[in-house]
Design a protein around this ligand. Structure first.
Ligand code: TYM
Length: 345
């Protein structure tokens, strides 16, 4: 009954969809501040669908046992961060076959050149070389478009690195609607500026990313908290001694101030005043403490979900059922508009 009422209320709210890849044993702080934190907040104001995108993960080679494990750990972290299956739909992408089905349709309305211009693809394929780059990586953005359009999402909370893919979602929704008649909601990216791009602690010129050259600059949420505290304390800053926000001149300090602000709720101006006359060490120590205070209960909750795999699988099964109840009719409508003969079996 609670679920019925919750979903009836949720239906008046704008729809949200977002996804995260299970490609590592832990999310990092960029994932959390750039995306997952917004997912948690939006449960109260939006009708929310969140997905662990295992099909995106296999665009690069994955060890099967590791992928299964990472998928569970990802779902547990999302619950540990505050997703509540009573207030959101949390599921695994491969459990809803509609995603791959609509992705094929999206592939067929995307230009080859259009896909080849996606910067994430260009960067990754340049690094890996053509012979080591899968066709799946090339069509990755179209699977993402399908994820979003299947749920008629109004808003998509993501970090800055996904902006171009969101633009493609808008383009393809409009293209499909124009060719075949109104079918899909045209989604909007939700990218809060302050946390859109969290930078590497050792190299504040690049975003924090699991593919970074050194682990020292990445804060993994499931790492031992003391290890992460050390990473904050040895973050790269600059040779000045003033704690001031200046993205261009002081990228390291500005990154730390932004992280502090996101975690403490204080504005950057308040923090500049608070740290006036203090050394960088004070900012780093306070930030490390803030992080440890947040991450300790996060890890405890995540581990509780991991300790009960049957309960976790049940949450994901129920999530998939709720997701497919929305995705199925959207796919059917798209198939019908395209001219596929209705299947009667
Ligand atoms: P993924 O798994 O790489 O990252 C998950 C989310 O974390 C954000 N993010 C960051 N935000 C701020 N600073 C950073 N350093 C940082 N690093 C990562 C990402 O922007 C993302 O929001 N393609 C997506 C997954 C996806 C998806 C979707 C997202 C698949 N289908 C549909 C939205 C809607 C990805 O690889 O995210």
């Amino acid at each position: 009954m609670t679920t019925d009422r919750a979903s009836a209320a949720a239906n008046d709210r704008p729809r949200v969809f977002s996804g995260i890849q299970p490609t590592s044993g832990s999310f990092h702080l960029g994932n959390y501040l750039g995306a997952v934190r917004q997912w948690v907040d939006m449960q109260d104001t939006h009708d929310t669908f969140y997905c662990v995108v295992d099909q995106h993960a296999i665009t690069v080679e994955q060890d099967p046992a590791q992928l299964r494990e990472n998928t569970r750990v990802s779902a547990a972290q999302l619950l540990g961060a505050g997703l509540d299956p009573e207030r959101c739909t949390l599921f695994v992408q491969s459990h809803a076959p509609e995603h791959a089905q609509l992705a094929w349709v999206m592939n067929c309305i995307t230009g080859f050149g259009e896909a080849a211009r996606m910067t994430q693809f260009k960067d990754k394929s340049a690094k890996q070389g053509n012979d080591h780059t899968s066709v799946g990586l090339f069509t990755y953005p179209d699977l993402m478009v399908a994820d979003i359009l299947l749920y008629q999402a109004d808003e998509v909370p993501v970090g800055e690195d996904q902006r171009q893919h969101l633009e493609l979602s808008r383009t393809l929704a409009e293209r499909f609607n124009h060719r075949y008649g109104q079918t899909f909601t045209v989604p909007t990216a939700f990218i809060p500026k302050a946390t859109a791009k969290i930078y590497d602690l050792q190299d504040p010129g690049v975003k924090m990313s699991k593919s970074a050259s050194s682990p020292k600059g990445i804060v993994n949420l499931l790492d031992d908290a003391k290890t992460s505290a050390k990473k904050f304390k040895s973050a790269v800053t600059d040779t000045e001694t003033v704690i001031r926000y200046d993205e261009e001149g002081k990228p390291g300090v500005s990154n730390l101030l932004r992280i502090h602000s996101a975690m403490s709720g204080q504005t950057v101006e308040q923090l500049e005043a608070h740290f006036e006359g203090k050394m960088y060490g004070a900012l780093k120590t306070e930030l490390a403490e803030l992080f440890v205070e947040w991450v300790t209960p996060f890890q405890r909750r995540t581990n509780e979900f991991l300790d009960d795999p049957a309960a976790l699988d049940k949450v994901l099964a129920q999530g998939a059922e709720k997701a497919r109840a929305v995705a199925g009719p959207t796919l059917a409508a798209a198939y019908e508009r395209i001219g596929f003969l209705a299947s009667r079996h």
